[in-house]
Write a protein that binds this ligand. Structure first.
Ligand SMILES: [Zn+2]
Length: 176
C-alpha cells in the first residue's frame, strides 16, 4: 500500500514539475513583451470570434473583412490635431499627424507610416483593380490601400479607413 502511494507521488511530481517550469517561462515571456510596449515584435493572433467581440460591427467589417467605409464619413478625415494614429484593433502606433495630408479623397491620408515595419503591404486584385493593400503588421488587420500619387517627400498616399484608426492627441502639441 505504501509502495503504491510512493509511486503515485513520483508520478504526480513528474507531471507537475515540467508544467510549473513551463508556466514560469510563460510569465517571463509576457513581462518582456509588455516592457516593449507598442513595438511590433509580438504578433497578435485572435480568433474571428474574439475580434467580433472586441470591435464594433462596422470596424469588424473593415478590419477583418477588408471592407471600406463611405468616403467623407470619418471624423478623422477632417482631424488636424497633432498626435498619433493607432491601429483600432491592436493599438500599434501606425501614423502621425506630421505625415497626414488633405488628399480630397474622403479618407484619412498619410504620406508615410511611423516606421516601415508598422505596416505590411500585399497586392490586391479585387474589384477588377490592381491595388496595394495596407495591413497592420502586428495584428494583420486591413487598414486601406497605398497609391503612388501622394505628395513629397515620399510620393505615396496611404489611403486609410478612419474606422481602423484610433487617434491619440498629443496634448503638448495641441493646435490652437
Ligand atoms: Zn493592429
Amino acid at each position: 500500500m505504501l509502495r503504491i502511494f510512493w509511486f503515485a507521488c513520483m508520478a504526480i511530481s513528474l507531471v507537475l514539475g515540467p508544467m510549473a517550469w513551463t508556466n514560469s517561462q510563460g510569465v517571463n515571456a509576457a513581462s518582456t513583451s509588455s516592457e516593449q510596449g507598442t513595438t511590433m515584435t509580438q504578433k497578435i493572433d485572435k480568433t474571428e470570434g474574439e475580434w467580433r467581440q472586441h470591435l464594433s460591427s462596422e470596424q469588424y467589417h473593415i478590419l477583418r473583412k477588408k471592407g471600406t467605409e463611405p468616403a467623407f464619413s470619418s471624423p478623422l478625415n477632417y482631424n488636424k490635431d497633432k498626435g498619433v494614429y493607432q491601429c483600432a484593433a491592436c493599438g500599434l502606433e501606425l501614423f502621425t499627424s506630421d505625415s497626414k495630408f488633405e488628399s480630397g479623397t474622403g479618407w484619412p491620408s498619410y504620406w508615410q507610416p511611423i516606421a516601415p515595419n508598422r505596416i505590411i503591404t500585399k497586392p490586391d486584385r479585387s474589384l477588377f483593380m490592381s491595388r496595394t493593400e495596407v495591413l497592420c503588421a502586428r495584428c494583420g488587420s486591413h487598414l486601406g490601400h497605398v497609391f503612388n500619387d501622394g505628395p513629397p517627400p515620399t510620393g505615396q498616399r496611404y489611403c486609410i479607413n478612419g474606422l481602423t484608426l484610433k487617434f491619440e492627441e498629443d496634448k503638448a502639441k495641441k493646435t490652437p
